[in-house]
Design a protein around this ligand. Structure first.
Ligand SMILES: Cc1cc2nc3c(=O)[nH]c(=O)nc-3n(C[C@H](O)[C@H](O)[C@H](O)COP(=O)(O)OP(=O)(O)OC[C@H]3O[C@@H](n4cnc5c(N)ncnc54)[C@H](O)[C@@H]3O)c2cc1C
Length: 510
C-alpha cells in the first residue's frame, strides 16, 4: 500500500503542524522526512551556520517524533532525487508539507517537485504557513485573514500507529564537508528550548522590550531572540501570538498587583506588531518571488548605478571601516550570528549611502551572517534600507550619532573593537580626532592600530542621500513605485501615537 510522506521543511515542530496531523489520520503508513539539500550549499545567501542550525533543530524534532510513535528519516541530496528514491521503494500516495515562501531557488525547486508529483500522480498537499496567504491577488483583506488565522486553536502533536520507524542516518556537518559553527552564541535547538525562551521573554524580559530594542546591548536580553526559532519553524507564529495575547489579558486583569503594567502592555503590544510585520514582509516575497534577485524598483537601481568597490566592500564586511560604532556592530554580528533591527538597518544604510555599494552583494553577505536568515523579511528590508523600493522614506543613519545614543560611554565599542579599549570616552566615537600625545600614551595609533575612517562620514552620507533622491526623479520611476505601493503596501491606518521610533520607521509600509 502506498504511503504518505511528511516533508519537513522550515517547520521543524510536532505541535501545530497540520501536515503531520493529516498524515496521522490517514490510516496509511507514514514516512517523516528531512532533507539536507546539497545544492543549497552553492547559493550565495546560504552559509554553514544555517545548515548547522537546521540540522540541530531537525535532530531535536526527531527525538520528539519518537515520543509520538514516529521517526525522522534524514536524507542528503537533491529533493527530487530523494523523493524519486522513496517513491520507488514504497510508492507515495500523498506528499504533505507546509507552503514554503523562500528564496528564488526554493521557489524553482518547488515548481519542479510539483511537476514531478503531477507526472507520478502523487497528491502534494501544501498547508498554509503562519499568516502568509498563497495566491493572494491584492492586499485589501490580508490583515483580516491573517488575524483570523492567528485565532485558530493549536493542533496538539498527533499519535502515530503506522509510522515507518527505521531511521535514516543522521548526517553530521562533516558528512557535507562542512565545519560546525564557531559562533559564540548558539541557541539551544528544538521546540522545548524555543518554548522556554518564549515564556522567559513574555513573563520577564519583555517588561523592558520597548525601551531596549534599539540598543545593541539591551536588545540581546530584552528582545525576544525568537527569530532563529521562527526561521526553522520550531515555533508556529500562531502559538506565539496566542501566548502573547494571553499574557496581555493576564496583565490587564491583574493590574493592581503588577508594577508598571501599562508600560509592559505597551511593550507586549509593540512585540505583537512585530509578529505581524513578519507575516507582512513574508507575504511580499510570496507575491513577488524574486525579491532576492531583482530590485523592487529596477529603474531606481539603474539610476543609482552603485559600484561594487572591492576595498570598500571588504572593509565594510570585516568591520574595519574606521567608524567605531559600525565596526563594533559588524564584529558582534560576525561573532554571534545576531544583531538587533536598528543596527541591521544601520549596516545596510552604511553600505548603501555612505559607501554606495550595491544591495544584492551586501544583502547576500548579511544573509549568510544572520542565523535567523528569513528571505521574506530580509530582502524586503534590504530593499527598504537601500532605498531601492521608491516607496519608503530614505533613511540614512548617522553612525556616530547612533553610537553616542546607544553607547554613550563607549563600553560596547571597547568590547567589540579591542584595538580601541584604552581610548578615552571623549574620543571613543571619533578616535581620529584624538591628539597624537594621547595616541602615544595609550599605544593606539589611528591609521596604524585602528584604521582612519574610510570616508568622511558626514559628507559621504550627504552625497549618498543626494544621489538617492536624484535617482527617484521621473514619471517612470514614480509609476513603478505606485504599483509597488498598491501591491505590497499595508492597508493599516497609521497609528496615531508614535510610541517608539522603530514603529515610526515602519509606518509608511505597515
Ligand atoms: C536589513 C535587515 C535585514 C533583516 N533580516 C532579517 C532576517 O533575515 N530574519 C529575520 O528574522 N529578521 C530580519 N530582520 C528584522 C529584525 O531585525 C529581526 O527580526 C529581529 O532583530 C530579530 O530579533 P528578535 O527575535 O529578538 O526580534 P523581536 O523584536 O523580539 O521581534 C519578534 C519577531 O518579530 C519579527 N520581526 C521583528 N522585527 C521585524 C521587522 N522589522 N520586520 C519583520 N519582522 C520583524 C521577527 O520574526 C522577530 O523574531 C532584518 C532587518 C533588517 C533591517
Amino acid at each position: 500500500m502506498a504511503i504518505d510522506v511528511v516533508w519537513f521543511k522550515r517547520d521543524l515542530r510536532c505541535r501545530d503542524h497540520a501536515p503531520l496531523l493529516s498524515a496521522s489520520l490517514s490510516g496509511r503508513h507514514v514516512l517523516c522526512v528531512f532533507m539536507l539539500e546539497t545544492e543549497r550549499l552553492k547559493l550565495k545567501d546560504t552559509s554553514e551556520i544555517h545548515i548547522n542550525w537546521e540540522l540541530d533543530c531537525a535532530i531535536e524534532l526527531s527525538k520528539n517524533l519518537r515520543k509520538i510513535g514516529s521517526d525522522m528519516h534524514f536524507y542528503i541530496g537533491e529533493a527530487s532525487e530523494i523523493l524519486k528514491k522513496i517513491n520507488n521503494e514504497y510508492g507515495i500516495k500523498r506528499l504533505l508539507s507546509h507552503q514554503e515562501t523562500g528564496n528564488s531557488w526554493s521557489y524553482e525547486r518547488d515548481k519542479k517537485i510539483s511537476k514531478w508529483c503531477q507526472y507520478n500522480e502523487i497528491k502534494w498537499e501544501e498547508y498554509p504557513n503562519d499568516g502568509v496567504i498563497r495566491r493572494l491577488k491584492n492586499r485589501d483583506f490580508w490583515k483580516k485573514e491573517r488575524d483570523s488565522r492567528m485565532k485558530i486553536p493549536l493542533n496538539e502533536p498527533p499519535l502515530f500507529k503506522n509510522s515507518i520507524l527505521f531511521s535514516g542516518p543522521v548526517p553530521e556537518m562533516k558528512d557535507l564537508g562542512l565545519n560546525n559553527s564557531t559562533l559564540t552564541e548558539w541557541p539551544e535547538a528544538g521546540e522545548k528550548a524555543a518554548i522556554k525562551r518564549m515564556n522567559e521573554f513574555l513573563d520577564i524580559d519583555s517588561k523592558r522590550y520597548s525601551q531596549s530594542i534599539s540598543s545593541p546591548i539591551l536588545s540581546t536580553k530584552h528582545g525576544s531572540r525568537l527569530s532563529p526559532y521562527f526561521t526553522t519553524g520550531v515555533l508556529s507564529m500562531r502559538r506565539v501570538v496566542q501566548r502573547t495575547n494571553e499574557k496581555i489579558n493576564y496583565i490587564k486583569n491583574n493590574k493592581e498587583n503588577i508594577d508598571n503594567h501599562s508600560s509592559w502592555i505597551r511593550s507586549l503590544s509593540s512585540f505583537r506588531r512585530r509578529l505581524a510585520w513578519r507575516c507582512h514582509f513574508i507575504q511580499k516575497l510570496e507575491m513577488e518571488s524574486n525579491l532576492d534577485l531583482v530590485a523592487q524598483n529596477p529603474l531606481i537601481e539603474k539610476n543609482m548605478a552603485r559600484l561594487l568597490d572591492e576595498d570598500r566592500f571588504e572593509r565594510w564586511a570585516n568591520g574595519n571601516t574606521g567608524w567605531p560604532f559600525f565596526d563594533a556592530c559588524m564584529r558582534q554580528l560576525k561573532t554571534t550570528g545576531w544583531i538587533n533591527f536598528r543596527m541591521r538597518a544601520m549596516m545596510m544604510s552604511c553600505a548603501s549611502y555612505n559607501l554606495w555599494l550595491p544591495w544584492k552583494e551586501t544583502g547576500e553577505y548579511l544573509a549568510k551572517l544572520f542565523l535567523d536568515y528569513e528571505p521574506g523579511i530580509h530582502w524586503s528590508q534590504v530593499g527598504m534600507q537601500s532605498g531601492t523600493t521608491g516607496i519608503n522614506t530614505i533613511r540614512a543613519y548617522s553612525m556616530t550619532k547612533q553610537g553616542k545614543d546607544h553607547d554613550p560611554e563607549g563600553e560596547y565599542i571597547r568590547k567589540w573593537v579591542p584595538e580601541l579599549s584604552m581610548v578615552p570616552t571623549d574620543y571613543i566615537h571619533e578616535p581620529w580626532k584624538m591628539p597624537e600625545r594621547i595616541q602615544k600614551s595609550i599605544m593606539c595609533y589611528i591609521g596604524k592600530d585602528y584604521p582612519l575612517p574610510i570616508l568622511n562620514e558626514i559628507e559621504s552620507r550627504k552625497e549618498g542621500i543626494r544621489k538617492s533622491y536624484s535617482a527617484r526623479k521621473g514619471d517612470d520611476v514614480r509609476t513603478i513605485s505606485r504599483r509597488i505601493l498598491k501591491k505590497h503596501g499595508s492597508r493599516s491606518r497609521p497609528r496615531k501615537r508614535k510610541k517608539n521610533i522603530s514603529d515610526t520607521i515602519q509606518k509608511k509600509l505597515f
